[in-house]
Design a protein around this ligand. Sequence first.
Ligand code: TRP
Length: 335
Amino acid sequence: MSQKIILTGITTTGTPHIGNYVGAIRPGIAASKDAKKKNFYFLADYHALAKNEDPDKISRSTLEIAAAWMALGLDTEHATFYRQSDLPEIPELTWILTSMTAKGLMNRAHAYKAVVQDNVAAGEDPDFGINMGLFSYPILMAADILMFGSTHVPVGKDQIQHLEMARDIAQRFNHHYGEILVLPEAVTDEHVAVLPGKDGRKMSKSYDNTIPLWLPEKQLRKAIMRIVTNSLEPGEPKDPEGSALFAIYSAFADAEQRAAMRQAYHDGIAWGEAKKQLFELVNSELAEARDNYHRLMEEPAHIEEALQKGAARARELSEPMIQKVRDAVGISTIR
Ligand code: TRP
């Protein structure tokens, strides 16, 4: 009971960029190597479905994201790595939880409320473009978490409310049906900086300012050359604070390299030179994984095999769990 059970969900939308890498993938993979912890990693493809109706994009993104995590060294022997949709127990638990979750709780979800607000501001019907998948998204997420008795769930700040909802849902279930579900805790890492994008705003697909993780070397260099800087000339001292270039450099550098770059800024390093050094640093960290990635993408069967193994291991736990839940709520064979 005292063992930490850590569960990480990865929504399969889009192609990973270096902001995802620094913020979620790299720390997640480091955690997978900790032998003392029990780790679950899964591809949340049912969550992706609520946000995207393009079948090719959904399946492409699932493949790319699985390949990325594996190429970067996710320890799939020690950690359980699976695809959400390979576990029929997940939608089953989702429905059972849906049936006992107050609609009012879902009305309060920030993500849902933001869309309603945008609709109202645009003079649209408040529910315009909102499907039930988006509305019930936190319940599916609660099922992911509660299925495995997760104690700790690493998330970004935008997901903290979803963890609170998972706790609310678990508490209500336990109160009514008996102590079956474990109340999870959100883990947010203050040290993981939000990476700025090429234009200095947060790196995000929606701002179109990302540097994709697997750019070929030449294009990676070009993308880094396009990071915005100011017009200070070589030889003029530069301020590392507020410099997107410096922030990105810092995310890849060790303490010594960071201090040296800080000094170089003060000494007036040319922007072109700073960018060249950033390229070399990022490229050296990613080069080997990039080769692994391309190899994996050519052998998707290898990825599928790893996911099937992971699903089989996950189901050893989800099958008895759903049985317990079914019994508790009275969905069972007649005896
Ligand atoms: N909603 C999460 C995100 O967008 C992904 C996710 C789905 C998840 N289910 C989860 C994260 C369960 C943690 C636990 O980032």
